[in-house]
Design a protein around this ligand. Sequence first.
Ligand code: URA
Length: 304
Amino acid sequence: MSSTLSDSADGNGWNGDRDALADILAFHLEAGVDVALGEEPVDRFAESLAARGAPASLAAQEPPHMAGGAPSAAASGATAQPARRAPAPANAPAIIAPASPPPPDVAALEAREAAASAPDLDALRALLESFEGCPLKHTATRLVFADGNPAARLMLVGEAPGRDEDIEGKPFVGRSGKLLDRMLAAIGIDRTSAYIANVVPWRPPGNRTPTPQETAICLPFIRRQIELANPDLLVCLGGPSAQTLLGLREGITKARGRWVDYDTGSRTIPALATFHPAYLLRTPLGKRMAWRDMLAIEARMSES
Ligand code: URA
């Protein structure tokens, strides 16, 4: 028997049922909705319709897939009633309704032009903040540009921010970031002597893998970021980063631990792929090989 949170309807026609609420919560978590941005619900569908200049009557209607527990008017044959709608609370976070993003190939072209125009890392970050070509920007909380020392000789690049990074705005601050810090500390490196970024600087919803289109759109920015930071060594954390930046085609287990040349656009530097710390958290057996990679990085760092 399920236990109820309340015996009576709560005014929204909803009899709170603990199991049903748990199911809804689980559904949201699986869909990547794992952070509450505000205290009150805000109808972004109505906002984006309004932003696109839809007539008020249309903007005020419930989107069909969002209609509440009751069957839709169309389905029930009843006369359509405008849905009850709470105005956005004054303290609701300002989320700009996304204008239709350009097609991916146009966005990638715009990204190339924008990235190439950045004279330094601050300008690149500012360009990314105003870049509208990547749809992930509209689902992420904020841009996750970089952490560490941009003047460091070592640069590490992961795949994309996760939940903790999305909240803090810095790469590798969650569980895998803590492991990365321990791996670096083992060879005497911390965030004052390393510069850390991701191929994709916005969190994909639910930590899903970025699509090839999203990666292609973000690629010119990370390439330019590497060129402007101008490290002596580049380390790709995980297969997706290695495949995207180093063009390695084999899986990370084969690709890791081998130095390859990376052309920054200004010069050629040595680059190495190693396991992503998130993989090591799931697969502790990989730590032995990751340790070898860390020693290889340490040796290279002391070469010049
Ligand atoms: N995984 C990544 O690839 N990057 C982060 O910043 C965090 C987790």
